[in-house]
Design a protein around this ligand. Sequence first.
Ligand code: MN
Length: 423
Amino acid sequence: MNQFPLARVAPLTALLLLVLGSANLVAAEQPAPDLTDDAKIDGLPASLQPWRDPDNPLIENISEGWDIYYKRRDRTGDPKREPGPIDLQRYEVVSGINGFPTFMGLPVALTKEDLVAGEVDVAYVGLPSWFQPTGGTQWAANQMRLIRSYDHAKTGHDMHLNINYFEHLNVVDYGNANQNPLLYARNMADQALVVKEILEAGVIPLVMGGDHGTQVASIMALVDHYGPQTFAMVHFDAHFDMEDFGKSFGTFTHGARARRYAYEQGWVKGEDLHSIGIRSPYHSTKLLEWVREVGDQYHYMPEFERDGFETVWGRIKEELKGKKIYISFDIDVLDTAHVPGTSNPEPGGLNAIEALTMLRGLAIQNEVLMIDFVEYTPLLDDRHYNTALMVNRMMRAFLAGTAARKLGITDPDYIAPESLRHN
Ligand SMILES: [Mn+2]
């Protein structure tokens, strides 16, 4: 049994598991680690990144010069300016054939100080990782900046809520983190640092992956900023992403074990794991048993099919009430019909309206600390557009709900009366 990450963080638990053997892997709730005395590696607690432990035989070494992927540009020679978002556009409307390709044509922020000075609410940021043999997820964050010929920030009206969310939210483009193609796990730390800058500015990161491995970076940043076991993880996915540990860096891949990893490290409580829409054929009765034992409050597709969307959505809202949440949205939770451009498509999933309803509603009901959308690959998309449009609309539903919450709306199913039949 491999116990290296546990040994760094929770030696007693690791010992217990060793005694019990792998057949009884599931123990009681994992204790939350104390990160306050932790040594730091590049600004993040060492135990959040066990693969960089010098005593770990699996350490990823970076040869001299290769760390340039993570090296920040020296800005001391830049022209002096007041901090704050910078609008790069020449024209009122950024139609995609003019101007600079920022997310929805929005202003950019380069630093934490820009976010603070601009009183920014939400910052779009790309974590351009890829893992799949199919590839393409590394282009997703930039592709989302290129589809705005159909779609820019001048259009921000949500019909359900009858509000223009861009009038109530400051949204900026924070650029992308970088990724070294050879150092998958090491990339997570740098991605986490970029996300951390956004969190420290008091801003909600709107993350565009990347494959689902970026979830590791997101969890690291959240745990570092808010502390372990302080938030729930709402995981939309066709796949469990909860496979057992192996002695490989598979822990950090899109097959993510990330949620399991977070649980076993004590970063997220079992009862704070909420999985929605799982249905893929890659799993097992054993894994389902494990998920039940740790207390994941899941709602798989069979439940949606038997009880109907309204009933299951009601249960989800009830379970999440009052929790601070991190939404990790693997777009393959949607039926393949809506998202042809994804790495591991699965027929039989949620439809567009169900996904939009839940994202809008959760943003209204819950304090969302971060949201990520992952596994979109432009290389597989239909007409270079269909999946991107779906992701864009889900982001808009999230922004609309966030704006509504800011305006004091509390009912996650609120619909503006003017948007309903009037005679
Ligand atoms: Mn998936």
